[in-house]
Design a protein around this ligand. Structure first.
Ligand code: GLU
Length: 293
């Protein structure tokens, strides 16, 4: 089934940007709360890497999972990035305003027989390393049953090198899955490099399987270190792990916060105060390249 013209045009624009060879990075927070120090550290790494490469840094807001969005979070994220001097290129992009694009890709995948409906519940799949293919050959249908819709999964060949299992691209609650939206966006925006937290490394196999299904080359992926709280737990936006507000209340200004994040990354001695721009210059002068695999 050929890809419809309007989808092809978007893909080709992305390919042209990639072919230009200029670094195109993005930071893609979900507006589920204010950015905590871990998010800010990832943002800083992502910004530094893009700016060191003389590239672009786009801001994309991953707000498709509307029940998880928090009022005011989109504005707060932008204000925090600005306060730290992490400037992005162009207008921020809201995934919620791109639903039509994702739905068109979803229909194409479905019409191309690359998807199948799945009615397995979370409970049935709990504890399994990957989806065992339960509904693959079934004729479960795509309509309502027991007041529920199926999720839709990508049929991933069993010899897929990433062994991702069949990836959910539309959730049973009707939301477009993060995996599909992010892959479509990286392609259409011509993203060359994705820098994100180590916690998202587990999303790689699913995303790689999607790139393969779409026959498109993936961007380069980099995963930065994760920050934990004093008890060693991963920070969480939803649990309102301390953000910039609490640091400001303690009297820290932007130079102190950048110094704090940079010293935790081992880039400067602790107690250093400097702006994001100064950090960029400092690293570049010392020939230190920010990159994580
Ligand atoms: N929106 C995702 C998050 O905030 C990150 C997506 C990504 O960087 O791929 O966890």
């Amino acid at each position: 089934m050929p890809v419809p013209d309007h989808l092809l045009m978007g893909l080709e624009q992305g390919q042209r940007w990639r072919a230009e060879g200029r670094y195109r990075g993005r930071y893609a927070p979900s507006p589920t709360g204010v950015l905590h120090l871990g998010n800010l550290q990832t943002a800083l790494l992502s910004w530094l890497q893009a700016r060191q490469a003389g590239g672009l840094w786009l801001l994309r807001i991953d707000d498709l999972d509307t029940p998880r969005n928090r009022p005011g979070a989109v504005e707060a994220i932008q204000a925090d990035l600005r306060w730290l001097g992490l400037d992005w290129d162009g207008e921020p992009m809201l995934q919620s305003s791109r639903r039509g694009l994702y739905s068109s890709w979803l229909s194409w995948l479905r019409r191309s027989a690359l998807l199948f409906p799945c009615r397995c519940s979370r409970r049935e799949l709990a504890g399994l390393a990957r989806y065992p293919g339960t509904c693959r050959e079934g004729s479960g249908g795509w309509g309502w049953r027991d007041r529920r819709l199926p999720s839709w999964r990508l049929r991933v060949p069993s010899d897929d090198p990433d062994r991702s299992g069949d990836v959910v691209v539309r959730r049973a609650d009707g939301f477009i899955a993060y995996q599909l939206a992010t892959v479509i966006d990286e392609l259409v925006l011509g993203i060359s490099d994705v820098v994100r937290g180590e916690d998202l490394r587990e999303a790689l196999p699913a995303q790689r399987s999607l790139y393969r299904a779409l026959q498109q080359p993936p961007p380069r992926f980099h995963h930065g270190p994760l920050r934990c709280d004093a008890a060693g737990r991963k920070l969480s936006k939803r649990e309102a792990s301390a953000g910039l507000n609490s640091l400001r209340e303690q009297g820290l200004d932007a130079a102190a916060v950048i110094g704090l994040l940079a010293s935790d990354l081992g880039s400067v001695p602790s107690g250093t105060r400097l702006s994001a721009q100064e950090l960029l210059e400092h690293l570049t002068q010392k020939g230190i390249h920010v990159s994580h695999s």
